[in-house]
Write a protein that binds this ligand. Structure first.
Ligand code: SAH
Length: 244
């Protein structure tokens, strides 16, 4: 009898200890998952996968890059919403889906070298950096180029190279590029960029003035194949293109 009671007490204490440990682990797990991880999962599920983006490498990059660190602090909590946001100097960071769609259309390989025109916050460059070998990105506004370069370095994106200048001219020293992405809108395709695109390479841009068409080009046997994707709204390309 006494043995039975002792065994019962022992079992109860043991169960109590096990439950406490599980509860403690659950609580500490809860603490570790911060709001932005959940917000990114939600963004990827609803806005990216939900709209048909399937590439695992792209989906993982969108889950990994901390978009809230690329917007002004006061807008941090809005960073995972389904819209573009201001980043200062009258410029914007694109809507997450548009970033994903443009990246997806480039069909990037891990060995690719990519040129981006319009660094802005550096977010698009960070997504690209996780998918390719090297990213070269040019920003015409000095303060944005500086802050994006510092942000990307501090977050550890070591294969992104930021240059302050007019992207119209491209980056001839590093050409040819396997892919080129223009994230500001020119009224026509800048010729120097076409020359810096590798054979078989892809170039995507919002083409037009007030209203633009997201347009994909592919260089095949020296000529450009063209495909229109969807209407979009981007900030205009500045600099030399305006003098054309
Ligand atoms: N890709 C950015 C958003 C780009 S917003 C991001 O992920 O945050 C468009 C950017 O293009 C702006 O920062 C604007 O200053 C820049 N831009 C406009 N004309 C340019 C030019 N000729 N060369 C390089 N950058 C340019």
């Amino acid at each position: 009898m006494q043995v039975l009671v002792r065994t019962n007490i022992f079992a109860t204490v043991l169960i109590f200890i096990i439950l406490s440990v599980i509860d403690c682990a659950a609580k500490s797990n809860k603490k570790e998952v911060s709001w932005d991880v959940l917000a990114r999962k939600d963004m990827v599920y609803n806005q990216i996968k939900g709209r048909g983006i399937k590439d695992d490498r792209l989906v993982n990059a969108m889950l990994e890059v901390e978009r809230h660190k690329f917007v002004p602090e006061s807008l941090e909590k809005l960073a995972y919403g389904d819209y573009p946001l201001p980043i200062g100097e009258d410029q914007t960071i694109s809507q997450p889906y548009v970033v994903a769609l443009m990246t997806d259309e480039l069909q990037l390989k891990a060995t690719d070298r990519v040129l981006e025109i319009g660094t802005g916050s550096g977010y698009q460059a960070a997504i690209l950096s996780l998918m390719v070998k090297d990213v070269f990105t040019i920003e015409i506004i000095a303060s944005l180029a500086d802050s994006a370069a510092r942000r990307l370095a501090s977050l550890g994106y070591r294969n992104v190279h930021v240059r302050h200048g007019d992207g119209f001219l491209g980056w001839p020293e590093e050409a040819p590029f396997d892919a080129i992405i223009i994230t500001c809108a020119p009224s026509e395709l800048p010729e120097p960029l076409v020359l810096q695109l590798a054979e078989g390479g892809r170039l995507i841009l919002p083409l037009g003035d007030d209203f633009q068409m997201l347009t994909l080009y592919r260089k095949m046997a020296g000529a450009l194949e063209k495909r229109e994707i969807i209407p979009v709204r981007f900030v205009p390309m500045k600099g030399l293109i305006e003098e054309q």
